[in-house]
Write a new protein. Structure first.
Length: 141
């Protein structure tokens, strides 16, 4: 299941020379490694972390490099929803896109993600090609 927020302001097409990193935040190392390999096929630079607190720390240090965050909802320390709420509340992060990335596909979770400002939603399991296409689509909207 995926969603895009259609009422958001259009921006120019994604330019890898501007910001060039995607932050992958998931508490499952195998998922992080797999996603990292898929994204590197399209020449994206990746940063990784394994919980919400680490995500906010990496974001604080590298926000000027990060264009997109793939954010797991169910993580230790801080949930993906809590991290998303923090990200969307800071002006310095307003141009960073966020895709919620989780095994949870309940309608309530999708709606909560939309309400908090997520740009998209991908459920696990996923296909590598589908993920790569969806990342490109989100970055170019």
């Amino acid at each position: 299941m995926k969603f895009n927020i259609s009422n958001q302001k259009k921006v120019t097409r994604f330019d890898m020379t501007d910001k060039n990193s995607i932050l992958i935040c998931d508490d499952e190392p195998d998922i992080v490694s797999l996603v990292q390999k898929f994204l590197q096929l399209d020449n994206y630079k990746t940063l990784t972390c394994s919980n919400g607190k680490e995500a906010l720390k990496v974001l604080e240090e590298k926000y000027d490099e990060i264009v997109l965050i793939l954010l797991d909802v169910m993580m230790p320390a801080l949930s993906g929803f809590e991290v998303l709420r923090t990200i969307k509340s800071k002006d310095s992060y307003k141009n960073i896109k966020v895709i919620l990335f989780t095994v949870k596909s309940f309608k309530e979770d999708v709606e909560k993600g939309k309400e908090l400002g997520a740009d998209g939603y991908v459920t696990k399991p996923f296909s590598g090609n589908e993920l790569r296409s969806y990342v490109k689509e989100i970055l170019n909207n």
